[in-house]
Design a protein around this ligand. Structure first.
Ligand code: BTN
Length: 256
């Protein structure tokens, strides 16, 4: 049966993951699960691997401090890894890949990935990842629109955003979706720790239809035209134009 509110007991009883999820904090409403974890980290209250989840966020944020609209029905989670030893650029790609896999498992729909952190269905954004470092501690936030109705999306993003419900007409059990996502992220974090990004590079690219195609990266304030050539071992976007090759380590691209 579909439900839009987390079943705390089921989450607590679920098999424990390896790197994240031994401790899962579930809240009805928070400003942001990422700020919640950062504050708890500052107070020394949370151990490595802790996940914070909320039904609703009132001040959810994404890259470039953009608002992340967070009504009930979406998954909003953040996890903490203390003394994170790897790069966060490829980590972002690994987590976005994990989200795409989990959504495909739930629906059979194959999402696309857009560098660096977007998960898309039918060219619309369904999820995003935001990895932040607090000293050498990683706080990684994941937002996915699951049962979100069109009417819950603000006018200005309606054209660009979607949810599993909007795409399939079906409602999903939010607890099952969360547990599947956590297991997938945890499994891939273990692989990333042991094998690095090379394991994921081709897998990530296979979900990116714009590989070897024209894209429009923003460089400084300017929208440029480049060929999407590759993703490097460090998660950089390798682009080419008549002046040669460039590597972007962060930033934004558009497709038109
Ligand atoms: C982006 O696409 O720019 C990243 C969006 C990340 C949103 C998630 S929702 C859970 C966590 N809490 C936040 O405030 N942001 C992240």
């Amino acid at each position: 049966m579909s439900s839009n509110t987390y079943n705390t007991e089921k989450i607590i009883k679920a098999p424990k993951s390896r790197l994240i999820g031994k401790n899962i904090i579930i809240r009805e409403v928070v400003e942001s699960t990422s700020s919640f974890l950062k504050d708890a980290l500052t107070r020394g209250e949370v151990s490595s691997g802790t996940i914070a989840v909320a039904n609703i966020q009132t001040k959810g944020y994404g890259r470039f401090k953009r608002k992340w609209v967070s009504p009930r029905g979406g998954i909003y989670l953040s996890f903490l890894i203390k003394r994170f030893k790897r790069d966060i650029a490829p980590l972002t790609l690994v987590i976005a890949y994990s989200v795409a896999n989990s959504l495909q498992y739930l629906t059979g729909i194959k999402p696309n990935l857009k560098w660096p952190n977007d998960i898309l269905v039918n060219d619309k954004k369904i999820g995003g990842v935001l990895a932040e470092l607090v000293g050498d501690n990683l706080v990684c936030g994941v937002g996915v629109n699951i049962n979100t109705e069109q009417s819950a999306l603000p006018e200005e993003i309606k054209e660009r955003a979607t949810s599993l419900f909007i795409e399939t007409g079906k409602k999903f059990d939010i607890t099952d979706a969360l547990l599947n996502l956590i297991q997938g992220i945890d499994k891939n974090l273990v692989i990333y720790k042991n094998k690095g990004f090379s394991y994921f590079r081709d897998r990530w690219l296979s979900l990116c239809p714009r590989w070897h195609d024209i894209i429009y990266p923003k460089i400084g304030q300017e929208k440029t035209v480049h060929l999407f050539h590759d993703i490097s071992e460090t998660g950089a976007l390798i682009i080419v134009d008549e002046n040669g090759e460039k590597r972007l380590f962060s930033g934004e691209i558009s497709y038109e």
